[in-house]
Design a binder for this molecule. Structure first.
Ligand code: F58
Length: 833
């Protein structure tokens, strides 16, 4: 895709004195650059180069074009002193970087031509890059979108996280069962990163705290850890749109202070000699190891502290270098905690300020609160982190002392402000006394922050009413909303070049710099010529996806059928099960009434279940069992097909999303904090079928009620319904269709090899349906029929589809980040377009 230069009015980056950071290279220059890199960095000549060698040479040549801008951006932050932002996240789901970098540098077409001249295909090379899957799902992908938007808006930002040796597992479907295999994204090295061995911090664990009395009588606390681990920095440049600004994603890798115990080795115990090294390096080995065992829990807490402490030490070092003192930290630095995983930062920053830098407690507390803010991503009680007090006392004794003191002072303030009610005091305490004593990390993050945000309007409202109800009464100004967004560079320009070209040709190049310019497409929703081209782009994307489905699922699908897509982590609250039940009901209906005009449909699923989440894994198996039966049934005559694409990741999402017609966003209302897949799909012209949950509510407002299919209970109705109990026998008795579906699944129609496989699952739905699948079933089924009716009236469908794309500009993560910058971080942005 050839992206035109920015409009003359677009502000130019300050660090280059008004010049665009990147002057587009010609294909000839790039070709030379690739060949130089092939020779001097990869050590190969053209004759002996493998595809992967070419890939490396292309990445190096691309990276070279980022590095100068990177240094300029880094320097500018020291010279001009803008407020810096540190985004602390245990997850960055960045995916492949080559397409992103080329696209943002405006070099995609020149690079394509350069590689073609060298006899290699750029698109093929791009597929050789492993997906960097350093995250589970939405939370991690949001961090990646935010990094790109912060660079685009020229915010002086660093992302801080962990450089896991193994990211999210690779999912294989064996006979429909999920199997997990380690992901080895670093097996062939990582050409994007720069190791910084000189940036190394010692991170302590365990030991004891000594109280020392200074000559003036004051007490100083000195933590003497029993063990140290080193954190080594690896930097990846993150280039913003049009290459104007480049930020750093700094990921920490754990290294033992001593590579081995020589005396133990010399005594012949070769395994024992490296035991300490193994223990230290386990910290950055795997993303979210299972926290079901005590050992696993401890490792997870070690990860959290390891990355929080190294990031804070690094941020303080940079601040000291620039300002020679730490007192002005809150003026110059904003630290955003992505969920509670980095919440130990509150105690650690206090420790660094008080114990290491000698700041008095009260002043240190002001600095900490002024610097830190926290984003909540879930209301699910089981997902709210808390750590056993004994574990914290053992592993981080000084931080635990600090937490106790923060809590005591906080509860004092609560009492002083007239709230003496014991229930409220217990509810806002950082220590949960219910099931053994535990530290509530959400409370710690809340108290240590000047702002706390939810990720959609509904979620922020519910935060105030539920998880932080009492806090919200005590600190009414603290909770704000920042509805999530997505970067259009990856999720529209790169993933859907055909649609991007059409949109730009129709309403102009403004769409490249101003997402709201997409509104200009709305008047074309009734324009037959435009709609024809719009539909043609979609069809082309569907043909490409059909090929992937054939290759990976061995299912042949018709690109002219309605592609009905549910792609996300598999979780009961997301209700993949509701979708499967509807699939079975539709299958029954097609067979019962073959003479009706059915809209041919392909149900496409993709998503991973957490390795220890047995119910979610059973749901994946059910989807696959249902697929096998339906796909093999000739009486369906191809009117319904089901495909479960294995190993969902960012790259697969980039192929599925542009090819989707219908986007399934059917969580139990009140349970999906926001969703961001919903935004990606609607932007690419898919119509949403969904509940009034998370950001669906705002998507509805932006695309218009006629262009979205909303069904089911609202969050208030969900709360009421649960209040009446979650036994669904009466509900099922009222819905013959649901009853039949449950009978079929429960009696083994889809699992003849093991007829009892789903009996337990059906029992849960019948008698303990916490996610209210049964209660919403009829409304969902009816809404799906409305969707089918609209599909059969293609003019109406395409009109709605165009209006979805036209209405989604507001969901750009540039808008979200600009809001964080204005209202939370108080840092200036270099607004685009
Ligand atoms: C997601 N959370 C929310 N958590 O579910 C989604 O609604 C929201 O759009 C997104 O955050 C971004 O705000 C999420 O992805 C996780 O992946 C957990 C991380 C910790 C382990 C369990 C999963």
């Amino acid at each position: 895709m050839n992206i035109p230069p920015a409009a003359a009015s677009a502000p130019l980056p300050p660090e280059n004195g008004g010049e665009l950071a990147v002057q587009p290279d010609s294909a000839a220059t790039l070709r030379e650059a690739i060949l130089r890199r092939l020779t001097y960095s990869v050590g190969k000549n053209q004759a002996s180069a493998s595809e992967y060698d070419w890939y490396l040479a292309v990445v190096y040549a691309t990276r070279d074009r980022i590095v100068e801008g990177w240094m300029a951006s880094t320097n500018a932050a020291y010279v001009h002193g803008p407020k810096r932002v540190y985004y602390l996240s245990l997850e960055f789901l960045i995916g492949r970087l080559l397409g992103d970098a080329l696209n943002n540098l405006g070099l995609t077409e020149a690079m394509r031509a350069a590689t073609r001249e060298l006899g290699v295909d750029l698109d093929r090379l791009r597929t050789l890059e492993p997906d960097a899957a350093l995250g589970n799902g939405g939370l991690g992908r949001l961090a990646a979108c935010f990094m790109e938007s912060m660079a685009t808006l020229s915010i002086a930002a660093h992302g801080y996280g962990i450089r896991y040796d193994h990211g999210l597992f690779r999912q294989v479907l064996k006979d429909g069962w999920q199997q997990e295999y380690p992901e080895d994204w670093l097996a062939l090295g990582n050409p994007w990163e720069f190791k910084r061995p000189e940036v190394c911090y010692r991170i302590g664990f365990g030991g004891a705290v000594e109280a020392l009395t200074a000559p003036d009588g004051a007490t100083r606390y000195v933590w003497k850890p029993a063990e140290y681990v080193e954190a080594i920095a690896y930097d990846t440049p993150v280039v913003g749109w049009r290459g104007a600004h480049v930020n750093t994603l700094r990921l920490w890798s754990a290294r033992a202070c001593d590579p081995l115990q020589l005396d133990v080795f010399n005594a012949g115990d070769y395994v024992g000699a490296v035991a300490d090294k193994m223990r230290a390096e386990a910290i950055s080995k795997v993303l979210y190891p299972s926290d079901e065992t005590p050992a696993g829990q401890e490792l997870r807490l070690r990860q959290e502290y390891f990355f929080a402490s190294s990031s804070l030490q690094d941020a303080l070092r940079r601040h000291l270098k620039q300002y020679q003192e730490v007192r002005s930290l809150a003026e110059h630095v904003a630290i955003q905690l992505n969920d509670t995983h980095p919440a130990i930062s509150v105690a650690e920053l206090m420790r660094l300020l008080v114990d290491v830098h000698g700041i008095a407690w009260d002043e240190a507390w002001k600095i900490t609160q002024g610097t830190i803010s926290y984003t909540n991503h879930t209301l699910l009680p089981e997902a709210l982190e808390s750590w056993p007090v004994p574990l914290l006392e053992r592993m981080l004794p000084r931080q635990m002392q600090i937490i106790y003191l923060i809590n005591a002072l906080h509860l004092d303030n609560v009492r002083k402000s007239g709230h003496t009610d014991a229930r409220l005091i217990a509810a806002v305490s950082m220590i949960d006394e219910h099931a053994g004593r535990r530290v509530r990390m959400g409370h710690l993050a809340f108290i240590g922050s000047h702002k706390v945000n939810g990720v959609s309007a509904l979620h922020s409202k519910l935060l105030k009413q539920t998880v932080f109800r009492d806090f919200s009464t005590l600190y009414p100004e603290r909770i704000v909303n920042k509805t999530n967004g997505i970067t259009f560079r990856r999720w529209l320009f790169e993933a859907n070049p055909g649609l991007t070209r059409l949109l730009a040709d129709t309403v102009g190049d403004a769409i490249y710099d101003n997402p709201l310019a997409l509104r200009g497409v709305a008047p074309y929703a009734d324009d037959a010529a435009f709609v024809q081209e719009f539909a043609a782009v979609k069809r082309q994307n569907k043909v490409a996806l059909a090929k992937i489905i054939l290759e990976r699922c061995h299912v042949k699908v018709d690109p002219d059928a309605l592609f009905d897509v549910q792609i996300k982590r598999v979780h009961e609250y997301k209700r993949q099960l509701l979708n499967i039940l509807e699939t079975v009901a539709l299958y029954d209906a097609i067979r019962a009434q073959p003479y009706l005009e059915w809209a041919p449909r392909v149900k496409i699923f993709a998503g991973k279940a957490a390795a220890s989440y047995h119910q979610a894994k059973l749901i994946i198996k059910l989807a696959n069992d249902v697929a096998n039966v339906i796909n093999a049934d000739p009486t369906v005559r191809g009117l319904l097909k089901v495909a479960y694409l294995p190993n969902y990741n960012v790259s697969l999402a980039e192929s599925i999303i542009p090819a989707s017609d219908l986007s399934e966003q059917i969580s139990t209302a009140g349970m999906e904090a926001s969703g961001t897949g919903n935004m990606k799909l609607a932007l690419n012209g898919a119509l949403t079928i969904g509940t009034l949950d998370g950001a669906n509510v705002e998507i509805k407002e932006h695309v218009g009620d006629e262009n979205i299919f909303i069904f089911g209970m609202t969050s208030e109705q969900v709360a009421q319904r649960r209040g009446r109990g979650i036994d669904m026998r009466e509900t099922i008795a009222r819905s013959p269709s649901l009853g039949e579906v449950l009978d079929a699944i429960g009696s083994g129609v889809f699992s003849p090899d093991d007829p009892g496989r789903y009996a337990g699952l059906v029992d849960v739905l019948t008698q303990h349906d916490h996610f209210l699948v049964c209660e919403d079933f009829d409304a969902y089924y009816a809404c799906q029929r409305d969707a089918a009716t609209k599909w059969l009236d293609r003019a109406s469908w395409w009109k709605s589809s165009v209006l979805n794309t036209a209405g989604m500009g507001w969901f750009s993560s540039d808008r979200t980040i600009a809001e964080y910058a204005d209202e939370i971080w108080k840092t200036q942005t270099q607004a685009k377009g």
